[in-house]
Ligand binder design. Structure first.
Ligand code: ADP
Ligand code: F6P
Length: 323
């Protein structure tokens, strides 16, 4: 097995809280093991632009608590094409980089998979608030995003109760309802609309009306963005029952910002160190994850070709408890 001397790290796709903690862990773990580390600015775009610089222990000081990513992130169209991927692999070879850690979501994993097939040793770390990556229970940033949503709903409840209104809260999650589901369970939402589950707006509207008749003073409806716009859902509910006074809040990119929770920092720290150790052991083309508390390694090819299973049990629990 060839000895690993030089690795690089990049963050790509939508940023997420805890990416900085992951970068810190990769850099410090590599240096601890005597490996040189390079940072690549702005994801695959920075790779193609050769925006590559050496990192030291101090480059990652004072970042564990910060949201965003010091390496910045980008979406790179050129890298979607085979010529762009080949160029990226050639640049990594020119720099003598033997291993690449990619921190990002599903799209970024696809890019890492392509580089791996071109002979670059790659490791993927799940960095996305969406929690939409297979073969990991959690992604870095998800816990913080959920806590941002729950905090917002706590505030909405105060004013909605005073006015006996309903709150339609649109949260992120293009193809995955996990933010809606976990924030819904934690905040006692009456209705959770996610792309994975069919729903009937007539039933939702009737239940809201009944709830108010039974003495409830507010109603929270969480809508994952993959389902549609919160504004349209609110209008559809009001059209069904004139008594429904629904106000819409779109939380948007607020969900992607702020200091990462301890859970996200610790997950990122564990996964970042794990990725480096596995590269040293000669692993490549793998995605790092956490399943039942244990760190895991899965072929990235399998991860990008699998759809994350929806947690039906938690969904049913949230509905049962919100009566
Ligand atoms: P995320 O990683 O958060 O899912 P994107 O889907 O935007 O975000 O992907 C981030 C970047 O990864 C893209 O801009 C592109 O450069 C690269 N990428 C995405 N899909 C592929 C693919 N199928 N092949 C190669 N690179 C890809
Ligand atoms: O994938 C993460 C995510 O935050 C999604 O939940 C959301 O749909 C998307 O990124 C928004 O992306 P952009 O950065 O292009 O606004």
């Amino acid at each position: 097995m060839a000895e690993l001397k030089k690795i690089a790290v990049l963050t790509s796709g939508g940023d997420s809280q805890g990416m900085n903690a992951a970068v810190r862990a990769v850099v410090r773990s590599a240096i601890y093991h005597g490996i040189d580390v390079f940072g690549i600015q702005r994801g695959y775009q920075g790779l193609l632009n050769q925006d590559i610089f050496p990192m030291t222990i101090r480059s990652v000081g004072d970042i564990i608590q910060r949201g965003g990513t010091i390496l910045q992130s980008a979406r790179c169209l050129e890298f979607l094409k085979p010529a762009g991927q080949q160029k990226g692999a050639d640049i990594l070879r020119e720099y003598g980089i033997d291993g690449l850690v990619v921190i990002g979501g599903d799209g970024s994993y696809n890019g890492a998979n392509k580089l791996s097939k071109l002979g670059i040793k790659t490791m993927g770390l799940p960095g996305t608030i969406d929690n939409d990556i297979s073969f990991t229970d959690y992604t870095i940033g998800f816990d913080t995003a959920v806590s941002v949503v729950v905090d917002a709903i706590n505030k909405l409840r105060d004013t909605m109760s005073s006015h006996e209104r309903s709150s339609v809260v649109e949260v992120m999650g293009r193809h995955c309802g996990d933010i809606a589901l976990h924030a819904g369970l934690a905040s006692g939402a009456e209705t959770i609309l996610v792309p994975e589950m069919p729903f009937d707006l007539d039933e939702v509207a009737d239940r809201m009306k009944d709830n108010f008749a039974r003495g409830k003073r507010h109603s929270i409806i969480i809508v994952a963005e993959g389902v549609g716009k919160g504004e349209d859902i609110a209008q559809a509910l009001k059209d069904r029952h004139a008594s429904i006074d629904a106000r819409v809040t779109v939380l948007g990119h607020i969900q992607r910002g702020g200091s990462p929770t301890p859970a996200d920092r610790n997950l990122a720290s564990r996964l970042g160190d794990f990725a480096v150790r596995k590269l040293i052991e000669g692993e490549s083309g793998k995605a790092c994850g956490i399943i039942n508390g244990e760190l895991t390694l899965t072929d990235i090819d399998l991860v990008v070709n699998s759809k994350k299973e929806f947690d039906l049990e938690t969904y049913n629990l949230a509905l049962r408890l919100s009566q």
